[in-house]
Design a binder for this molecule. Structure first.
Ligand code: AMP
Ligand code: ZN
Length: 458
């Protein structure tokens, strides 16, 4: 089945074909680890996970690479302001290295709770400084750089199609630029290497051919994706905010170095919003996955909520919608549990499912198909097998789900214990009478190798 994906670079739906089948190189921009991930960030990783699962479902072998931005991401996209890591360090009192480690672990923990598959490669910017210096040298050798008092910059005017990804209006930007745009020659120019401030020792800084400092944020992705996937690979992903600056600049760097536009397909996940506002880490207050868990929600309900919206549509988060997703997911789980052991997959449903997910990951329609399956008159065993087949892409952990053990009242547990003692003493009549009382109260006792177990009767 051909997979059609919307490529931001060409603004069109294109048939996907890997450059080196059956392998697919997939690079996803990772988190800036100066704070916890919010549920907006996590929506993007769920989208990328569904993309990966869809590729694997269709027989491809995905080499999934995710970076960890632990240096160089400045507070302002205009290459001014503090490094987010150093700012995080001031906020928490821990070192930049400590907070990078802490928030990286917290991020991985969230992904695990959401059943996002582990990438083949995690790469940290601070582990790849030499690769980044090497990349900047290549760009310099192609005469795309200039030096200012605070760093080495990329001269975007040297690339005729700079900004194509975002359809940037370069002339308009130039006309509207403030005169005091530091020493940058053009408003779209960006830092490849920043010098440490002369009066200050940064926690994270390195020697380089240009002076002590640190790499810019964009160069890490061009350098690390080339290391693990080569200078032209299949799919590059990120959130929609990356289109005008970060990905535009990644493409510019790689065009300067290698003459390629970095990736064959560019896919972007649209934002999760809270009310009318974008959810942003820098806004200070944001919802974490842990906030949802603390309020009694299951992380899978959040995943299910995300599956209900197309990745190219913004999604407005409300507690009501999370309640709705919780109810629906529990209904689905209960139905799937009732169906018992899986039998054969229904081929007609399976074909429809594949058609929907390969149509630019139309998960809302794939979820609608799940409800059609629930309502259908197929045999229970077939329904279960078909649903578990779908769950390879949905990732809702439906195979593992068990109803939570019901709370059994103390007096019933006491009766069951007395019966257990009676049996041990071979007082059969007494044991039978006690069991009858338990049954009359609506419970049953199952004698298992680990001792008796009390359950509510269905
Ligand atoms: P960051 O940690 O800010 O570098 O972002 C990590 C990922 O989350 C990137 O792919 C961003 O594009 C994405 N992202 C940031 N904010 C949101 C949001 N509100 N909704 C969805 N994705 C987001
Ligand atoms: Zn990136």
């Amino acid at each position: 089945m051909t997979i059609r994906l919307f490529d931001t670079y060409t603004r069109s739906l294109r048939d996907f074909a890997p450059l080196h089948p059956p392998e697919v190189g997939l690079y996803c921009c990772g988190p800036t680890v100066y704070d916890y991930a919010h549920i907006g960030n996590l929506r993007t990783y769920i989208f990328e996970d569904v993309l990966r699962r869809t590729l694997e479902f269709n027989g491809y072998r995905v080499k999934h690479v995710v970076n960890i931005t632990d240096v160089g991401h400045l507070v302002s996209d205009a290459d001014t302001g503090e490094d987010k890591m150093e700012k995080g360090s001031r906020r928490t009192g821990e070192s930049a290295w400590q907070i990078a480690e802490k928030y990286t672990q917290a991020f991985k923990h969230d992904l695990c709770a959401l059943n996002v598959l582990e990438p083949a490669v995690w790469c940290k910017a601070t582990d790849h400084i030499a690769d980044q210096i090497d990349a900047i040298r290549r760009i310099e050798a192609q005469r795309f750089t200039y030096r200012t008092s605070d760093g080495i910059y990329f001269d975007t005017s040297r690339l005729p199609d700079y900004g194509h990804l975002a359809r940037l209006d370069i002339e308009g930007l130039q006309a509207g630029a403030r005169i005091d745009a530091a020493e940058k020659r053009h408003p779209t120019d960006f830092a490849l290497w920043k010098f440490s401030p002369p009066d200050q020792k940064r926690q994270m800084e390195w020697d380089s051919p240009w002076g002590v400092g640190f790499p810019g944020w964009h160069i890490e992705c061009s350098a690390m994706s080339a290391r693990y996937l080569g200078p032209f690979f299949d799919i590059h992903c990120g959130g929609e905010d990356h289109i005008p600056v970060h990905h535009t600049n990644e493409i510019a760097q790689t065009e300067a170095m290698h003459g390629t536009r970095l990736a064959n397909f560019w896919l972007h996940g649209y934002f999760l919003q809270l009310g009318d506002a974008r959810m942003a880490k820098s806004a200070g207050e944001f919802l974490r996955l842990q906030t949802l868990i603390d309020r009694g929600y299951d992380p899978m309900a959040y995943r299910f909520l995300c599956l209900g919206a197309h990745y190219r549509a913004r999604l407005n988060f409300t507690w009501d919608s999370l309640d709705g997703a919780t109810t629906a997911l529990n209904r689905l789980r209960a139905a799937a549990h009732e169906w018992g052991a899986p039998g054969a997959i229904d081929e007609e449903f399976a074909a429809k499912f594949t058609a929907r997910i390969t149509d630019d990951l139309n998960l809302p329609r794939a979820v609608a198909l799940v409800w059609e399956l629930v309502k259908s008159d197929l045999l229970a065993a077939m329904k279960r097998a078909t649903l578990l087949h779908f769950d390879r892409v949905l990732g809702l952990r439906l195979a593992d789900w068990q109803p939570a053990d019901e709370v059994i009242p103390d007096d019933i547990l006491r009766l069951a214990e007395q019966r257990h003692q009676a049996r041990a003493a071979k007082h059969w009549q007494e044991a039978d009478a006690l069991r009858a009382q338990v049954v009359a109260a609506g419970y049953e006792i199952e004698d298992t190798p680990n001792g008796p177990r009390v359950r509510a009767r269905k």
